[in-house]
Structure formats: structure tokens, C-alpha cells
Unconditional design. Structure first.
Length: 604
């Protein structure tokens, strides 16, 4: 078959396949055009999940009569005019493909007015030129019979309800990103969302609560931090407000909703050690940076971006979020809500000793309890001992490392201990009501954070290998390993090149001496290649420390005195991330007086 130029109609439909995936894509593109036009109010109407009708009306600057036809021409746009502008684009749209692509797969009518006199111009699907139309200042785009002329595409659409939910999610992202714009969403003539302009903190919280749920706002913290030309702000949920899916994670870069692996990975690392198994954090986060430092021209849908310095962005986001999460604790007034519904995990209660001949249970960090305690001793040069293990009620205070605080706070966040319940829970009273504390989980987090601080102060100790480990890699990986030799040294590895496609490992971290060195090094190379950074070694060592903290913390059925219980409460208030144990379960819960009154029908 000879080479030939495709007809314009076929070119437009091919382009539409990249831009218009479903009705929600149409809504997204049209609303973004409205925002770029400076709209302060946007009304969206959909019928039959957007298959029959999508109408988007705004009060933006409008389109002049002589540019209406040009607006429906491929690669015609008012947003960029040069390569320099493309490299630092600030508008949401810039490719000039949305309207022509939509028009090629539907019956599109474009009506617009630039003045306040109420007279505009309209260009219909069968019109050869614009005709006069009454219209207030702004633009209305009406899309009917989406994919009607392409049955193969239309049959891939889901039910009306499913398509509407996708539309709702697209509008939710816009409404979260632009609080200064009023948005109305109607479905089959019924108004579902009518969001007024949110100009202050209270109204912004109200809008987020309307879009993401009141519980999210109640259990989240607003953060704003700037450094190195980057600004991160938004709402970050407490670890106990976790979800089974990542459906409540919203990232915006310079006001654009994006899906980005760098940001997702940074979020996941920030929440490590505080999330229950398999749970997902919730957030609404806005990252702002120089437009020239991020490439938005990666995909026609403009939902993906590429950072010029991905490592800087990753480290900034991860450290900022980790710091915010660390401050979520009793002193910040968090954890006062009900315990979230999470799947049951292993009990905190003591387990019976292993049967004869059975090896003691091991933790993910590798090695049994004895090996882990030995590592703790090596970390401190053989001079320090790990926290005592085993129930010894007569020496509970010493074994648990608990002592009465020297200068107790007159009104501490967790209050003061009243009693111990079944040797498992501490009952305390504070100014709000009753506090219940899982003493093992709480002491486990306190011990774990102390071990991490000591590790950070001492650094990662390294152990030379009696027989160096050699592994074959690609030439590119060998080059990168040479480049990252300093990073490997900080992580406790001594790696050198043994040939064009070979590496030799002469030393490894003490805590990971028994691990699979070859597999670990390959994972490190992959992390550094993809993310420009790695936290894999510290995570593995932290797992060992978590095992030490678990086995070295006070156990169920150990009797504590009131001073010892109060000492644990004070330690929790001073400890970062003390709202969750090392496995992500809550360590304490607040029952306020109103909740207690409801239990006993008081005041009714």
C-alpha cells in the first residue's frame, strides 16, 4: 500500500481517541477552557451520563465572532505562541486539540459573547458561519450525541451511572483546585452540586468537606510549607483515617490535577511505619513551582507531568509530609475521634512460648529476637543493652524504662492515669473526658522512635564481608553504581566496580548482614534509577528496630503503678507518630463527655 495523507476527518478522530476517552474527558477539557478564559462561575449539565448531552456554560472573556470557526480548528489556540511559552506554560490547556476533537465525535454547538450587551454568536454542527444569538458575556459549549457516529467507540462506554461518576470525579478535581470559582453540576435537570466561591479558610474547609466528606476535614490537618522554590500546601489526613483504596488522594501541580509516580511514592514513604497493612492515606495536596521546572506536554490528556529535578521534588514532598505526620499526636490534639474501622490484626497480648524445637517467630526485618537484640548491641558498640524482654511485674518500671516525670504538666493532652484495665489498657482522664491507651502499642511506638533517633545519631554501621559478593550488571548499571558510590557509603555499603559489567560488594550494613546482598543491591539500583533516591536500606533496618521495640515493650498482664502509667502518657506526648503503633494500629482513643453522656442517655 502506498503512503498517502490521511483525510482531515480521520485525523481528527484519531486525535480524539487520545483526548476524548469518555464523557468525563469532554467535561474536563471544556471546564479547563472555561478556567483559562477567566471564568468565575461554571455551570455543567449532563444527561444520560453525558452520552445525550454535555453543556458547559461560563462567564469568562468569551470568543469574538471572527474566531469561532478558528476555535474549532486543530492546533488553533490563544494560550501559547512560541516554544518559550510552551516550556513555561501556565494555562491548563495549550494544545488546541480539545474542541476540534470533541466536535469530530459529536454534534457540537459553540455560543459565545464578549460584551455585556447580551448579544453573542453561535456556530452549530451544520452551520457554515456564525449566527446571532442571545447570550450573556461568556461561552456555552453544547455537546450532543457523543460517539453517535462511531458505534464502535460508543459501545465501549459503561452505564449512565458509571459514566456520571467519572464526570463527578472530574468536576471534583476542578472544584478542589479552584476554590475561587463557583461551580454548579446538574444531572438530568437535577442540581447535585452548587458550590459557591470559597474565599477564606472556613469556606475552603466547607468546600473540601462537601467534596471529600466531613470526616476527611475533621481528621486532617492543613499544611503550608515553602523551600527551594517549591511550595506545598493542602490537607493531609491522620494515619488512622486511612482507606482500602487510593480514591481519596488528589495531587495538583500548579493548579493542574495530575497522576505522578514521584508524588505518589513520596506520599507512600511519608506514611511508612504509621499505616495499617494495605491501607491507603488520604490527602488533597497542591504543589507549586516554577512552570519551567515541570513539563506538562507529556500526554494529550495533560494528566501526567515530568519534573526537571524529580529528586528535589520527591525529597521536598516526602520530608514535608513526614514532618507533618510526625507532629500529629496527642500534643496536637489528634486522635480524639472514634477508632477507625480497620481489619483486625495480630493481638497485642502476649503469646505463649514456642514449643520445644521450634524457632521463635521472626519479624520482616530478618533474624529472630536474639539476632535483633544482638544488632542493637552492635549499634551501640556492644555497650548498650536493648530494653528488657519478658514479664517481670516486680520490676515493671525498670524493665519498661518508665519513671515519673520530674515536672508534670498541669493540663497534659492525655491527662492522668486512673487505672489499668485487664492488664492491657490504661484509663486516663483529661479535660475532654476519658482516654483509653493500649499500653503495649503505645510503649512500642515510644521505644521504636527512640531507637530510630539513636540510629540517626550513630549512623548506619557497616560490616566488611569475609568473602566479597560479585554480581553481573549492565554497563549502564555499573556506570550508575560508580556515580552513586557516595550514596551507597552513607547506606553502609562499600561497592566498587570489578569490570565493564560487574560490581563487587565489600561491606554491608550490620543489621542486614544475613540478607540477600545481590537482590538488595539490584533493588537499590532500580530505586535510584527510577526515583533518584532510595530509602530501602533505612526501611529494612527500621523493620529490625521495630521488631526490637515490639519485643522490648511492656506486655499485656504486666501491672503498672500510676506513676509508671503517667510516665508512659508523658512519653507519648513527647514522641512523634505516637498516635499509631509500628504496625499502624491506633494507640489511644478519646471518649469525650458528650459521647459518654450519650451512652447513659444523660440530658434527655
Amino acid at each position: 500500500m502506498s503512503i498517502r495523507v490521511l483525510p482531515p476527518e480521520l485525523v481528527n478522530q484519531i486525535a480524539a481517541g487520545e483526548v476524548v476517552e469518555r464523557p468525563a474527558s469532554v467535561v474536563k477539557e471544556l471546564v479547563e477552557n472555561s478556567l483559562d478564559a477567566g471564568a468565575r462561575r461554571i455551570e455543567i449539565d449532563v444527561e444520560l451520563g453525558g452520552k445525550r448531552l454535555i453543556r458547559v456554560r461560563d462567564d469568562g472573556c468569551g470568543i469574538p465572532r471572527d474566531e469561532l470557526e478558528l476555535a474549532l480548528t486543530s492546533h488553533a489556540t490563544s494560550k501559547v505562541a512560541s516554544l518559550a511559552e510552551l516550556e513555561s506554560v501556565r494555562s491548563l490547556g495549550f494544545r488546541g486539540e480539545a474542541l476540534p476533537s470533541i466536535a469530530s465525535v459529536s454534534r457540537l454547538t459553540l455560543t459565545s459573547a464578549t460584551g455585556e450587551e447580551g448579544l453573542g454568536w453561535s456556530l452549530g454542527p451544520d452551520a457554515t458561519e456564525p449566527v446571532p444569538a442571545r447570550h450573556a458575556r461568556g461561552t456555552t459549549v453544547e455537546v450532543r450525541d457523543l460517539f453517535a457516529r462511531i458505534p464502535a467507540r460508543r459501545k465501549f462506554l459503561r452505564t449512565d451511572l458509571t459514566e456520571y461518576r467519572h464526570i463527578e470525579q472530574a468536576v471534583r478535581r476542578v472544584a478542589l483546585s479552584r476554590s475561587e470559582v463557583a461551580i454548579v453540576l446538574r444531572r438530568d435537570g437535577r442540581t447535585l452540586w452548587s458550590l459557591p466561591v470559597a474565599g477564606d479558610a472556613a469556606s475552603r474547609d466547607a468546600r473540601v468537606a462537601r467534596l471529600c466528606g466531613a470526616a476527611f476535614v475533621e481528621r486532617s490537618h492543613y499544611l503550608e510549607y515553602a523551600a527551594a522554590g517549591l511550595v506545598l500546601r493542602g490537607w493531609l489526613a491522620e494515619p488512622t483515617f486511612s482507606r482500602s483504596q487510593a480514591d481519596l488522594q488528589f495531587f495538583f501541580v500548579n493548579g493542574r490535577a495530575v497522576r505522578d509516580p514521584v508524588l505518589t511514592h513520596a506520599l507512600r514513604q511519608a506514611y511508612q511505619d504509621v499505616l495499617y497493612h494495605g491501607r491507603q492515606p488520604a490527602c488533597v495536596l497542591f504543589l507549586e513551582l516554577d512552570p519551567a521546572a515541570v513539563d506538562v506536554n507529556v500526554h494529550p490528556a495533560k494528566a501526567e507531568v515530568r519534573f526537571r529535578d524529580g529528586r528535589l521534588v520527591h525529597d521536598f514532598v516526602q520530608r514535608t509530609l513526614a514532618s507533618a505526620i510526625a507532629r500529629m499526636g496527642p500534643a496536637a490534639g489528634t486522635g480524639s475521634g472514634p477508632v477507625p474501622a480497620v481489619a483486625e490484626g495480630p493481638s497485642h497480648r502476649s503469646s505463649p512460648p514456642p514449643a520445644a524445637g521450634r524457632r521463635p517467630a521472626t519479624d520482616p526485618g530478618g533474624g529472630g529476637v536474639a539476632e535483633q537484640l544482638a544488632f542493637y548491641g552492635r549499634l551501640h558498640g556492644g555497650t548498650a543493652a536493648a530494653p528488657a524482654v519478658g514479664p517481670r511485674p516486680e520490676a515493671a518500671g525498670t524493665a519498661a524504662g518508665l519513671a515519673e516525670p520530674e515536672q508534670p504538666d498541669a493540663d497534659p493532652p492525655l491527662g492522668y492515669a486512673l487505672a489499668q484495665l485487664h492488664g492491657v489498657y490504661i484509663l486516663a482522664q483529661n479535660r475532654h473526658g476519658l482516654v483509653l491507651v493500649d499500653m503495649h502499642a503505645a510503649h512500642e511506638r515510644v521505644t521504636y522512635e527512640r531507637l530510630k533517633q539513636e540510629l540517626a545519631a550513630e549512623g548506619i554501621p557497616s560490616q566488611p564481608l569475609l568473602v566479597p559478593v560479585t554480581l553481573a550488571v549492565s554497563e549502564r548499571e555499573a556506570d550508575r553504581a560508580e556515580e552513586w558510590a557516595g550514596i551507597f557509603a552513607q547506606l553502609g555499603f562499600e561497592v566498587e566496580r570489578s569490570g565493564p559489567e560487574g560490581l563487587r560488594v565489600r561491606a554491608v550494613p550490620v543489621a542486614l548482614a544475613g540478607a540477600d546482598t545481590e537482590a538488595l543491591l539490584r533493588d537499590l539500583l532500580a530505586d535510584l534509577e527510577v526515583h533518584g533516591t532510595t530509602d530501602r536500606i533505612r526501611q529494612a533496618i527500621h523493620q529490625v528496630l521495630a521488631g526490637i521495640a515490639c519485643h522490648g515493650s511492656i506486655r499485656a498482664n504486666r501491672s503498672l503503678t500510676l506513676p509508671e502509667m503517667n510516665a508512659l502518657l508523658r512519653a507519648m506526648e513527647r514522641t512523634e507518630r505516637s498516635g499509631q503503633c509500628n504496625h499502624g494500629r491506633p494507640t489511644w482513643v478519646q471518649l469525650d463527655m458528650q459521647s459518654l453522656d450519650r451512652l447513659f442517655l444523660r440530658g434527655r
